[in-house]
Design a binder for this molecule. Structure first.
Ligand SMILES: NC(=O)c1ccc[n+]([C@@H]2O[C@H](COP(=O)([O-])OP(=O)(O)OC[C@H]3O[C@@H](n4cnc5c(N)ncnc54)[C@H](OP(=O)(O)O)[C@@H]3O)[C@@H](O)[C@H]2O)c1
Length: 343
């Protein structure tokens, strides 16, 4: 019975304010690579982990109603990942299957099969894609834009955090629908990606715009039909002044607020009434049932090169804390992936 080293990334303590690498530590435990007798669990070798902004919220000291996914100090972080099944006590999975779903930030995990979301059937695309374009961020972009945002052909679309895991897809999906698309991002390199790689009509670096309202008016003289909200705060406030009649704002995330102890106020909410705007929050898990339809839509577009994806790959669990923390200063260019093992 093989005893293996099992490197893990643990949360050291609950976090207030901006997360730091030192909020996590790397430990080496051991694991027996054998399912306990009669277990219906699965034993996984983790290959690729997804670094996601929501993970910051799970590091908070829990307040209010309990969140079953909140992290516990001294325990490994959890998150989306791509894994290989080493042994399965559940009839739906067998040795060698590739799967994606919830796993732990460690080399090997013994988990309930309920943690697995999907078996990976298409391996002609990079496996890392199942942490991003073909995983949670992809479905989020798709459901947020088409279902929550009710996107119509030819509309005017603005997306923030536009070069990131979700944002780069929002823009490309909207372009497939003949929309006019502009994004905001935090560096020249990222803004160049929007127009040169992802085919956006325009972009701006929000860090260099003293007046966000003026920047939006420059790009959207006739206003915005759909704002895909990823950042919140000042950007949302400026967007509200530029929405068109019956515009929609699918609220995917508000990363600018996750680390603040005092949140930015939003002062232009009355525009929602004047412009009859629909502002609606949503969560990927509410739309996971769309996954087969989503794959039918996206796989041909990937294979034909009509949708591309930029990833930022960090190698090794020991680089997990810095990769995760980097999301909050915009260090990642594209989807932040963490490689645990290539096979
Ligand atoms: N509702 C859901 O189910 C769901 C699912 C997935 C993601 N989300 C949300 O979607 C958003 C994007 O997630 P993602 O995975 O695609 O991340 P990402 O864009 O790949 O990475 C995060 C990016 O956020 C930007 N950022 C960081 N701090 C910021 C600030 N203070 N103000 C403005 N921008 C800031 C940075 O880009 P810049 O360099 O451009 O600033 C950073 O690269 C997040 O808010 C996330 O929580 C929600």
């Amino acid at each position: 019975m093989a005893q293996m080293r099992n490197k893990q990334v643990l949360l050291r303590d609950h976090v207030t304010g901006f997360p730091k690498e030192s909020d996590m530590n790397i430990v080496e435990s051991t694991i027996t690579l054998k399912l306990p007798q009669g277990s219906n669990h699965v034993l996984l070798k983790n290959l690729y982990l997804s670094c996601d902004p929501y993970m910051r919220n799970l590091m908070n000291k829990p307040e209010g109603p309990p969140n079953s996914r909140a992290y516990t100090p001294g325990s490994p972080l959890t998150g989306y990942g791509v894994s290989k099944v080493l042994e399965s006590g559940h009839p739906n999975y067998k040795e060698g299957d590739l799967v994606w779903g919830f796993t732990n930030w460690e080399e090997y995990s013994l988990l309930s099969s309920a943690q697995i979301l999907f078996k990976i059937e298409h391996t002609d695309v990079p496996l890392t894609y199942y942490t991003g374009i073909l995983g949670m961020p992809g479905v989020t972009a798709y459901a947020g834009l088409f279902e929550v945002g009710s996107l119509q052909k030819g509309e005017k679309v603005f997306v923030s955090a536009a070069s990131g895991a979700v944002g780069q897809l929002v823009g490309q999906f909207a372009k497939l629908n003949d929309c006019y698309v502009v994004g905001s991002a935090g560096s020249k390199e990222k803004v160049d990606l929007l127009t040169d790689k992802f085919g956006f009509d325009g972009g701006f670096n929000y860090k260099e715009e003293p007046d966000l309202d003026a920047a939006l008016k420059r790009h959207f003289p006739e206003g915005i039909d759909v704002y895909f909200e990823n950042v919140g705060g000042k950007t949302l406030d400026a967007v509200l002044l530029n929405m068109r009649l019956h515009g929609r704002i699918p609220v995917c995330g508000m990363i600018s607020q996750y680390n603040l102890t005092e949140h930015d106020g939003v002062t232009n909410l009355a525009q929602i009434i004047y412009k009859r705007v629909r502002l609606q929050g949503f969560n990927f898990m509410d739309w996971v049932h769309l996954y087969p339809k989503f794959l039918d839509f996206l796989l041909p577009n990937i294979r034909e090169g009509k949708v591309v994806y930029v990833e930022d790959i960090a190698e090794g669990l020991e680089n997990g804390p810095s990769a995760l923390v980097g999301l909050f200063s915009g260090r990642n260019v594209g989807k932040q992936v963490l490689v645990v093992s290539h096979e």
